[in-house]
Design a protein around this ligand. Structure first.
Ligand code: HEC
Length: 221
């Protein structure tokens, strides 16, 4: 009787299969977990100095120029960390850069920017995605810098954050959230750092808005 049964009805076959599939999936998940941890671990200041590219660079990336360039190989834009440039008029030490970024992150959480904006894929779509906001060309090229009367991009953004209703550029207006000068600096550092994170080309429509902007439209979003 036993010998006539097909393999599909054999209990030991299913037991063995279940053990193999579970074992394989466990190993795969452990491998993926370690791979992901490696990808999302923040780089160090040394990495930046020696030109090692990390998906999430160290806080001292605020001391560098950040560009957004098309990668033919990957088919989307990637952040490119360039030459050193002053941030709010100086070079930030590892400790100070970390503290500033921390203040920015806490302020972004306390003021709940995600109520209206999206950060790294989380948040709302009432207002522009902030993931690459630092790279938005409206801050320089004489537009926002000119309107706010500030000489650098970081000062223009900090000024906007403290008095958004003074500089409306879209149909929707951002409310004044009572952000202090120091908090605004922190937020700008947070935005600059976030723009340097390799997000596999997300948000997808960002480069399109930049192209539209370059083509002459000011209401790019
Ligand atoms: C009630 C909704 C709301 C909240 C909360 C809000 N914003 Fe905005 N924000 C807007 C709107 C609307 C705009 C577009 C207005 C404009 O540019 O004139 C905007 C624009 C911006 C811009 C310019 C983006 C770009 O590149 O065009 C930045 C940067 C920004 N917000 C940062 C923040 C930060 C940081 C917070 C939290 C501290 C925050 N916002 C909280 C509604 C909001």
């Amino acid at each position: 009787m036993e010998e006539n049964l097909s393999v599909w009805t054999s209990i030991s076959f299913w037991r063995r299969s279940a053990a193999w599939v579970t074992g394989f999936a466990t190993i795969l998940l452990i491998w993926l977990t370690f791979d992901t941890i490696g990808q999302i671990t923040m780089g160090t200041d040394k990495d930046l100095q020696s030109g090692v590219t990390k998906r999430v660079p160290a806080p001292t990336v605020i001391n560098y120029h950040i560009d957004y360039k098309m990668s033919q190989k990957r088919g989307h834009e990637v952040p490119v960390i360039g030459h050193k440039e002053p941030f709010f008029g100086k070079e930030w030490s590892i400790k100070d850069a970390r503290a500033l970024l921390h203040l920015g992150k806490l302020t972004v959480q306390a003021k709940n920017c995600m109520d209206c904006h999206t950060l790294l894929g989380n948040g709302a779509y009432y207002a522009p995605d902030l993931t690459k906001a630092w790279l938005d060309p409206k801050w320089n090229n004489g537009t926002m810098e000119g309107i706010t009367g500030k000489k650098t991009k970081e000062e223009a953004i900090a000024e906007f954050l403290q008095h958004p209703s003074r500089y409306p550029t879209h149909a929707r207006k951002m409310p004044n959230l009572g952000i202090t000068a120091k908090e605004a600096q922190g937020i700008v550092a947070f935005l600059k750092h976030m723009s340097s994170i390799d997000t596999n080309g997300f948000p997808r429509n960002f480069s399109k808005t930049v192209d539209q902007y370059k083509a002459g439209g000011t209401n790019a979003h």
